[in-house]
Write a protein that binds this ligand. Structure first.
Ligand code: NDP
Length: 297
């Protein structure tokens, strides 16, 4: 069998960003509405700083209004919630994202619940999770939305009847991607750490989504020949080359063993440059969706 087709998330994310930029231009030109995104960063976690910068830059590049609030790690809960409430009330802001994880001592759940569900562009509020599970219009979490775009670009718009297996049941990825697959009329199995005979469950999948956080956990022989594999995992591991590993150098790998999986799958996302680039592009798209809904457009 020939090698699987590579699903390039960079190309898909570029095209989504261009689409978002033209929708922003249209909203500004026809209705005088500039979609606005507020990102809140608490503390100085280096990875979070990189993500937040990228979100600010990409939203500005798409022509959106963008503000970043940087708070110190010792910010009290009520001050953070006060900021979220003021953003809820700000008519220039249509999307609010509080960068996770929050420093110790802050209650992430309470902070998310303080966000107006109509501005919850990260899709983490229980109201959005509930809407999603009932098949109602919802702001869905960005990475799962990105997975669905990649799947439709690979397999076509109609996914109905396909067997989908999602490995992982987190609120951020596993559960919402399973809900979106169900909405697309797939037959969905959600697997997790207590699943028995995970290999056999994975082998049933026409669509396999891995969102576990364990490097190369899924080998090629768990994959049905010709299946489409979406690898959400981002894991940092030492280089295979012992010399590079000895220098302490690391690289990113997914939850799927890419080398063996590529020999079996029909199509597969690489790590990096698969699902990863879609996440911020989908955040921008969610902000445009939120702006349209808030203004009744
Ligand atoms: P979580 O740790 O919240 O969830 C992991 C899930 O994997 C849990 O449901 C857990 O099951 C399940 N799991 C753990 N071990 C096993 C196992 N041995 N067999 C089967 N299932 C198992 O992680 P996230 O969902 O937040 O993230 C998953 C991965 O995706 C991470 O690598 C993360 O870095 C990456 N990620 C990538 C993003 C991107 O932009 N590309 C965005 C978000 C995340 P149980 O519930 O039973 O404990």
């Amino acid at each position: 069998m020939s090698e699987a087709k590579l699903i390039d998330g960079r190309v898909a994310a570029d095209s989504l960003r261009s689409q978002v930029a033209s929708e922003v231009a249209d909203l500004k030109g026809r209705f005088g509405v500039t979609p606005g995104l507020a990102v809140v960063l608490v503390g100085d976690d280096p990875a979070s700083q990189v993500y937040v910068r990228s979100k600010g830059e990409q939203s500005l590049a798409a022509g959106m209004h963008s503000v970043t609030h940087r708070l110190s790690a010792d910010t009290p809960q009520d001050v953070l919630i006060g900021l979220v409430r003021s953003l809820n009330a700000d008519p220039a802001i249509h999307g609010i994202l509080v960068q996770m994880p929050l420093p110790r001592g802050l209650d992430e759940k309470a902070v998310v619940e303080a966000i107006d569900p109509d501005k919850d562009v990260d899709g983490l509020h229980v109201v959005n999770a509930g809407r999603l599970s009932q098949g109602l219009p919802a702001l869905a979490p960005c990475t799962p939305v990105g997975c669905m775009i990649l799947l439709r670009q690979t397999l076509g718009e109609d996914l109905s009847g396909l067997r989908a297996v999602v490995v992982g049941r987190s609120i951020l990825v596993g559960r919402p991607v399973a809900q979106l697959l169900l909405q697309a009329d797939c037959t969905v199995t959600i697997a997790h750490s207590r699943t028995r005979d995970l290999a056999a469950v994975c082998r049933e999948a026409d669509i396999l989504v891995a969102a576990v956080g364990r490097p190369r956990m899924i080998p090629g022989d768990w994959i049905r020949p010709g299946a489409t594999v979406i690898d959400v995992g981002i894991n940092r591991v030492p280089f295979d080359d012992p010399a590079k590993a000895a220098e302490g150098r690391t690289k990113l790998v997914g939850d799927v063993d890419f080398r063996s999986a590529r020999q079996v799958a029909g199509a597969i996302t690489p790590v990096p440059n698969g699902v990863g680039p879609m996440t911020v592009a989908c955040l921008l798209a969610n902000t445009v969706t939120a702006a349209r809904r808030i203004h009744g457009l």
